[in-house]
Every structure is written in structure tokens, then in C-alpha cells.
Design a binder for this molecule. Structure first.
Ligand SMILES: *Cc1c(COP(=O)(O)O)cnc(C)c1O
Length: 364
């Protein structure tokens, strides 16, 4: 049995669209793609009048190096949201197949499933929002093709042990893919599940440049998986998903010098996260702060409405996650610079005027 047996048969059989740029282009006068001969204003050598490479070689190499995989196991998408959608479309038949998620969790898995017409099996995370492998395996039905694990979890911030991923991979071998979304893994103490790719062909890992790498606006994310899965998903991807300016920006961010700078930013954010937690737990009105391995803290308040209005009066926008089951008192606060975090704390303390808060943050 091959992992591809889990995919929709019509997708496996599909003849992919062959774009002009994918066909050989060895000449020096490109008249095969109906492009303009003139570069647009502000092009600065990017040659944006030309279609981009579908999966730019330089970017595949840089990301392969960053994540420690060969480039044939790498699919680069428009953020990691795109691979999530591609997985749904390739593996779930509308009205028949399903995904399984552990809640509360990032909303896109269920949204992509519903767009595709796939059912969503929701299994609550265990006490303290820990992944419950037993509950997942109990809830499993033959319809489930994708089991999503958010590691560390958004919106609760807690980690998932690699050993638990292995339990799922073994139990689901031949039955379903385990999709480990590591959007926040750079902020965690743990190592990436990428290390398991050699051993389990039903593992898919999602990584993104949107969070730790500071490139949310460039929309670049990756799927790492068995090369056959990558090939299958490329068939259903739009022909030119990666805009040249975005690719250039990411290549710059992945130079050795910039990587060092980003690693420093990650270390700073991790330190700020712990400092914030230490102060937040002492603030009146704060019930508790959930443990976090991410760049955010989910904070339980006695009265989240009061906290929200104090923050909003100070011009601070945080994520209201009270609509999630078991998070009825919780706001999710992203960790910013030291000055930004000080502004959050001052606003929550509630006895400083807006002006003083701003003053304090510009001083810092
Ligand atoms: C932010 C986020 C993503 C989406 O990231 P993009 O790469 O920007 O699409 C995926 N998964 C989780 C859990 C996230 O929080």
C-alpha cells in the first residue's frame, strides 16, 4: 500500500496543467507565454513581466537547508494556509471523507474542510489542553483521511510531545495522514517533527515564514512530506503561486547574516514571553496565563470584557478567543517588543492614562 492510496483517485489520475514556464525554455527570446517584452515600473531587475518559476530552485534550496530536508520533499505555497487547502482537496472526497482536529485549535483546518465538503470530527484536547492520543484513536473512523495536530497549539500555546506524534503516525499508518502544523515551532523548546519524515510516509509537516521569520506579508509557507505527496499536490496547485518580489524578499531573509538576526529576534521574543507571563500572573483580574511555547500568551481574566476595553482604550488590539470551548474567559496576546509589551501591561493595570502609557513605550 502506498500513501497515495489515501488520496482521491481522480486527483491521482489527473493530468496536471502544463504551463509555459514549466516546458523547456533554453532559448534567449521567450515568446511562449504571452508575456509583455517590457518590465513594469519599479521592477529593479526582478523581471516581473515574466511569469515566475513555479517552485523557484534557489528558494527550494534555501528552505531545504533551513528545514533540513531534500527539496523533493518540499512544497512551497502561499503561506501554510495554501498547503492545508491543497491537502483537503487532494485527500478528501466531498460528502464522504473527513478530517479530525483536537479543539480548541486554529480555525483554518475546519474552514478548508467545509469548503471542500469534508466532515470535521472534533475531539476535545485533554485537561490542560494536552493532546489526547487515546481520544483521537477512539474517535477515528475510516472516513478520516487527515488528522491535524497543531504543534505548539494555537490558540492555547501548549506543546505536543514528539512521542505522541509517533503514536499517531504508527496507529494511522495506511489509514490517514498526520498533519503536524509547526507554525510556532521556532519559539518552542522542542525539535521539529521533520526528523520523523525518514521513518513515516504518512507524516506531513507544515512550516511557515509568517511568524518567527517576520514575513507574514510575503505569504510563503511550506509543506514537508514524502516526495510522492509533494508531486501529487503540485498537480492541483495554481500554475505560478509564488510572486517574484515575495521570493526575493524571502531569499534575502534567508541569507546567513539575516538568519542570525532572526534567531536573535526569536530568542528575544522567548525571553519577553516569560517576562510578560511573570508580570501578568501577578496582575489583579488575571486568573491565569496558559503555558506557552509560542509567541503569544493566552490569558484568562476574571472579566475579559474589562481587560478588552482597557486594552482597546489604549489602542491595543488583541485576539478575543472566548468563542472557543473552554476558553470563555481568555484573550490571546501576541508578544511584541519590550516597549510594546510594557504598553500592554500598563493598559491592563488600568490606572494609567493613555498619554502616560504612550510616553512610557516611547521611552523604552
Ligand atoms: C498563522 C498560522 C498559520 C498560517 O500561516 P500562513 O503561513 O501565514 O498561512 C498556520 N497554522 C497556524 C496554527 C497558525 O497560527
Amino acid at each position: 500500500m502506498s500513501v497515495l492510496d489515501l488520496a482521491r483517485p481522480e486527483i491521482r489520475a489527473l493530468q496536471a496543467y502544463a504551463s509555459a514556464r514549466m516546458e523547456s525554455a533554453t532559448g534567449n527570446l521567450l515568446l511562449n507565454a504571452n508575456e509583455s517584452p517590457w518590465a513594469p515600473p519599479g521592477d529593479a531587475g526582478l523581471a516581473c513581466h515574466r511569469y515566475p518559476e513555479p517552485q523557484p530552485l534557489a528558494l527550494l534550496e534555501a528552505l531545504g537547508l533551513l528545514y533540513g530536508v531534500e527539496s523533493n520533499r518540499l512544497l512551497i505555497g502561499r503561506g501554510s494556509d495554501e498547503p492545508i487547502d491543497l491537502l483537503l482537496r487532494a485527500f478528501c472526497r466531498a460528502g464522504q471523507d473527513a478530517i479530525l482536529i483536537q479543539t480548541p485549535v486554529f480555525g483554518m483546518y475546519a474552514v478548508s474542510a467545509r469548503i471542500q465538503g469534508a466532515a470535521v470530527l472534533e475531539v476535545p484536547l485533554a485537561e490542560s489542553f494536552v493532546l489526547d492520543t487515546g481520544a483521537v484513536l477512539n474517535a477515528l473512523t475510516p472516513a478520516v483521511k487527515l488528522v491535524f495536530v497543531c504543534r505548539p497549539n494555537n490558540p492555547t500555546g501548549q506543546d505536543v510531545a514528539l512521542a505522541d506524534i509517533v503514536v499517531l503516525l504508527r496507529a494511522l499508518n495506511g489509514r490517514a495522514l498526520v498533519v503536524v502544523d509547526e507554525a510556532y515551532t521556532e519559539f518552542a523548546d522542542h525539535g521539529s517533527a521533520v526528523s520523523l519524515l525518514d521513518h513515516y510516509d504518512n507524516l506531513v509537516v507544515l512550516r511557515t515564514l509568517s511568524k518567527a521569520w517576520g514575513l507574514a506579508g510575503a505569504r510563503i509557507g511550506c509543506l514537508l512530506a514524502d516526495a510522492r505527496i509533494v508531486t501529487l499536490l503540485r498537480k492541483i496547485m495554481s500554475p505560478y503561486p509564488l510572486p517574484r518580489p515575495c521570493v526575493e524578499l524571502v531569499l534575502m531573509a534567508l541569507s546567513e547574516e539575516e538568519k542570525t538576526r532572526t534567531r536573535q529576534h526569536i530568542a528575544d521574543l522567548r525571553e519577553q514571553r516569560e517576562l510578560m507571563r511573570d508580570v501578568l500572573v501577578m496582575l489583579p483580574g488575571v486568573r491565569t496565563v496558559l503555558p506557552s511555547q509560542t509567541n503569544f500568551l493566552s490569558v484568562r481574566f476574571d472579566d475579559a470584557d474589562v481587560a478588552l476595553s482597557r486594552l482597546s482604550m489604549a489602542g491595543i488590539v488583541v485576539r478575543d478567543v472566548r468563542h472557543y470551548a473552554r476558553l470563555g474567559d481568555t484573550l490571546r496576546i501576541t508578544i511584541g517588543t519590550a516597549a510594546e509589551n510594557a504598553r500592554v501591561l500598563a493598559a491592563l493595570e488600568g490606572h494609567r492614562s493613555f498619554a502616560q502609557v504612550c510616553e512610557r513605550s516611547t521611552d523604552a
